[in-house]
Design a protein around this ligand. Structure first.
Ligand SMILES: [Mg+2]
Length: 216
């Protein structure tokens, strides 16, 4: 099996949840809102899964903001990515993998501009051989085609296998399995959904996943 590893971005390599909380805190300070409002915003974001038109519509209504939904969303698209931190140990881990001959790629679902800002703003781009963003390619995880694009950008194909690592049971693990990859599920504190094929490994963060790869 070739030394190819593809990573998910949000809440795998970078702490989107922490960045969202920072963004909500900044927003509430600027708008004269309180800590309870921060908590409401974090909840309403639904870990990023609530459609943004709905989220910003609810936000505008709840706080009776004069801004349009599209204006709120446009500000968020620039500011939130700038606040997303990289998880500790990620730059060192990716550097070590590449030093050991691994091709390191990224497969992420999301808007092209937001994800690209996250990749470049966090500095992650310097540690990657290639990436594929669903919004730029018009195909989403778990579709195998997005994994194929990422592998190609790393200068290889999926035919010799590799690894997919991420925190989503369906998009990352299910998608990786469908792409013929071995998988590591980064468990953020939930249970593995019953009925789904299990990953090869489960780790509490991506840092332990680096050790799985380096041990193989
Ligand atoms: Mg994720």
């Amino acid at each position: 099996m070739q030394r190819l590893v593809l990573f998910d971005l949000d809440n795998t390599l970078v702490d989107r949840a922490a960045g969202l909380r920072l963004w909500a805190q900044e927003f509430c300070v600027r708008r004269g809102l309180g800590q309870a409002d921060v908590e409401w915003m974090v909840e309403a974001d639904g870990d990023g899964l609530v459609p943004k038109e709905i989220f910003f519509g609810e936000l505008r209504d709840r706080f009776r903001l004069p801004d349009s939904v599209s204006s709120l969303w446009a500000q968020y698209r620039v500011r939130h990515p700038a606040l997303i931190p990289v998880f500790p140990g990620v730059p060192a881990g990716l550097t070590r993998l590449r030093a050991e001959g691994w091709k390191v790629g990224l497969v992420t679902n999301g808007f092209a501009d937001v994800q690209l800002r996250t990749i470049t703003g966090s500095g992650m781009g310097a540690y990657l051989d290639g990436w594929a963003i669903s919004g730029a390619e018009d195909v989403r995880k778990p579709d195998r085609r997005l994994f194929e694009i990422a592998a190609r950008r790393c200068g290889t194909t999926l035919s010799d296998g590799g690894w997919m690592i991420g925190d989503s049971a369906t998009s990352d693990v299910g998608g990786g399995q469908a792409a013929g990859l071995r998988t590591v599920w980064v468990d953020r504190g939930g249970a593995w959904p019953s009925g789904l094929p299990v990953p090869d490994h489960v780790t509490p963060s991506v840092v332990e996943a680096f050790a799985v790869l380096l041990a193989g």
